[in-house]
Design a protein. Structure first.
Length: 651
């Protein structure tokens, strides 16, 4: 393996303020080191203590970890619990009237639900599902708008031991069909329509299309929440309104006590090739990871107003909307709309109006907000904020600095979190009361997470030399398998060249001389340019640091001399340039990259657009960019694109 060459040299550090340290859940490097030492010296005892501290067990476990069949590890597998009970019932004695969810609709209408309210609605809906003969172990597809009802549906499934698979409301009928068939689901929970940015988007119609294409063999019922009152086709023997399902249902639903290894949910995540992977998470270990990370990384306090902007269709929305905050008894924001409607100040207005204290969003959203109005946050009162978070992809240092200085007013630590659908919760992230922050670095592993960077033979690399990011020991929140494809799970995440023991994250990374982790991009996003192996993230970060650039995405294409050529897709802070201006800016940007990294990293081609091709959740669809760069016809499903016209502009 030729050595990965890290090229970023970020030297700025920002220590947490004394005021933040004094109130932090973890407040010193000594505490962090003590926790890491405890995990290293007694790994099972470390996780046993946390599981007993955070989770209510109906039947206490006696075995912490079963490693007899690697990599299919089992945690706390002779214990029994119910995830919904841990999220709702346990709070009814201490704070039943505390607001659990503040829902802000697309049009600005506010709805609040206390823990008592949420408990009743979850019980009624769970009883409704039981009346449809949904049983423990049955698969339920949830295809919903971002709403309180989506969380209720997830919690109700957990309450009766059904396994949910949430499908993001932007997916097409074809994508929905694939998931119905793969799970053999018995019920779909959906809505008539959803509203985003003032636009009405049909959901029930997409469900009908999927079932008409062959997804109706296993589906017995479609439960429809009436969000807009829009007209829908009705299949009287199959479809049932949400309101009719819960009518006259009891406010009490006995929870189904399940084994800690009972599947809580399946969530599909795409690979660069092949069909989507149904990542399966277990009830006990997943819940523990969600709760511990809320306490350590978000420094959660009972007075916090927590806002994670992710949709529940993604893992971030599972862990830090539907489960983690509720398990901790938090008050959280759920927002139906988009950050630019009715204007570019929507996010800042929500923070101001609801006195948000913890704000967790994606670098893509941050860069978009910079482009829409870098000074806009200054027009709002953001003084309630005490902690910021970043999730989903590495954040470039310039976006980090804007987030820190303009949004956080240079007083809010930023927790730049690295984790994945497969890991279930944070793996590497700063401890906000402990860690001096470096813009763009996710810092250090959580205590008990044995992360490392190795070469292709599994040997540790030296600091400053990049390699493969792995986790060397099993951990409770790790996915248990790929639904229906155990061999793919083994081959993808525990490859033989690493001894079949290490979890392979699929990311390249480097440790700097201070031991900070820097994510350099996906392994399949590593470019080999004239023998130089470069992470695409590093070139993107340099481009995004240019004064004219809002954001950039970099891919490779075949080059008969250099092996790979660098193709950059760039969004400027101003309007998309025409002819002569584009040529001049291209020269300027190529010289900029040459100066910052070296001539070998200069993009061979730069294409400008008004935006990058993104899903409705804001994720850049890099596979489409690769196809554009290589001049290939795009045959993939593009129904999740926010704006498909961008593809024509970037051709």
């Amino acid at each position: 393996m030729s050595k990965m060459q890290p090229v970023l040299h970020e030297t700025r550090t920002f220590k947490p303020s004394e005021a933040f340290v004094n109130q932090a859940n973890l407040s010193s490097a000594d505490i962090y080191r003590a926790l890491c030492s405890e995990a290293a010296e007694d790994y099972l005892g470390f996780w046993q203590k946390l599981a007993r501290k955070y989770i209510y067990w109906w039947k206490p476990f006696t075995r912490v970890l079963d490693e007899s069949n690697p990599p299919f590890f089992k945690w706390f597998d002779d214990g029994e619990l119910n995830v919904s009970f841990n999220c709702l019932d346990r709070h009814l004695i201490s704070h039943p009237d505390k607001v659990a969810i503040i829902f802000e609709a697309d049009d600005g209408k506010i709805t609040q639900s206390t823990y008592q309210d949420l408990y009743v609605r979850v019980c009624q809906f769970a009883n409704g599902l039981r009346s449809l003969n949904v049983k423990k172990g049955d698969l339920v597809i949830i295809y919903m708008p971002m709403s309180i009802e989506a969380v209720i549906a997830m919690q109700a499934c957990a309450r009766i031991g059904a396994i949910h698979s949430v499908v993001f409301g932007g997916f097409s009928s074809k994508s929905l069909l694939e998931r119905i068939i793969d799970t053999n689901a018995v019920i779909i929970i959906t809505a008539d329509e959803q509203i985003r940015g003032g636009r009405v988007v049909p959901l029930k119609r997409v469900v009908d299309e999927a079932l008409a294409m062959g997804g109706d063999e296993s589906i017995k019922f479609v439960v429809v929440y009436q969000r807009t009152g829009g007209a829908v086709q009705w299949h009287i023997s199959r479809d049932i309104w949400w309101g009719d399902l819960i009518a006259e249902k009891s406010n009490f639903c006995e929870p189904e006590w399940v084994n800690a290894e009972h599947p809580l949910f399946i969530l599909y995540t795409s690979g660069s090739t092949g069909k989507p992977k149904g990542v399966q998470h277990a009830s006990g270990g997943y819940l523990l990871g969600a709760m511990v990370s809320m306490q350590w990384i978000f420094d959660y306090k009972s007075t916090d107003i927590f806002w994670c902007t992710a949709d529940v269709g993604w893992i971030t929305g599972h862990t830090y909307v539907a489960y983690g905050p509720l398990a901790m008894g938090a008050t959280q924001i759920i927002f139906e709309g988009i950050p630019t409607y009715p204007n570019a100040g929507r996010f800042w207005n929500i923070i101001q109006n609801h006195k948000v204290t913890i704000f967790y969003t994606a670098p893509t959203a941050i860069r978009s907000l910079i482009k829409l109005g870098p000074d806009l946050p200054n027009q709002y009162d953001l003084s309630s904020l005490r902690l910021l978070g970043s999730v989903g992809e590495p954040i470039n240092s310039e976006a980090w600095m804007w987030y820190y200085t303009t949004v956080g007013q240079s007083r809010c630590p930023i927790v730049d979190t690295w984790w994945q659908t497969e890991t279930g919760c944070h793996m590497i992230a700063p401890l906000p009361g402990v860690t001096p922050l470096k813009p763009g670095s996710c810092a250090f592993p959580l205590p008990g997470i044995m992360a490392a960077i190795v070469d292709e033979m599994g040997q540790d690399t030296v600091n400053g030399q990049g390699g493969l990011l792995v986790i060397k020991r099993p951990f409770p929140s790790l996915a248990r398998t790929i639904w229906g494809d155990a061999e793919r799970f083994k081959g993808t995440y525990f490859p033989k060249n690493l001894g079949g023991q290490y979890y392979l994250a699929g990311d390249s990374a480097v440790l700097d001389l201070d031991g900070y982790f820097w994510i350099m991009g996906r392994i399949d996003d590593v470019l080999n340019v004239s023998g130089h192996r470069l992470g695409t993230m590093e070139i993107e970060s340099v481009l995004a640091a240019h004064p004219l650039v809002s954001e950039a995405a970099v891919v490779g294409k075949y080059h008969d001399i250099k092996g790979e050529a660098v193709v950059a897709f760039v969004v400027l802070k101003g309007v998309c340039p025409q002819a002569e201006d584009a040529q001049r800016i291209t020269v300027d940007l190529r010289n900029w990259v040459s100066k910052e990294i070296g001539p070998f990293a200069k993009p061979d081609e730069i294409r400008f657009g008004d935006n990058l091709p993104k899903t409705r959740s804001g994720k850049v669809m890099r596979r489409l960019l690769r196809a554009l760069a290589r001049g290939e016809e795009i045959t993939q499903d593009i129904s999740t694109l926010e704006n498909s016209l961008i593809l024509e502009q970037l051709k």
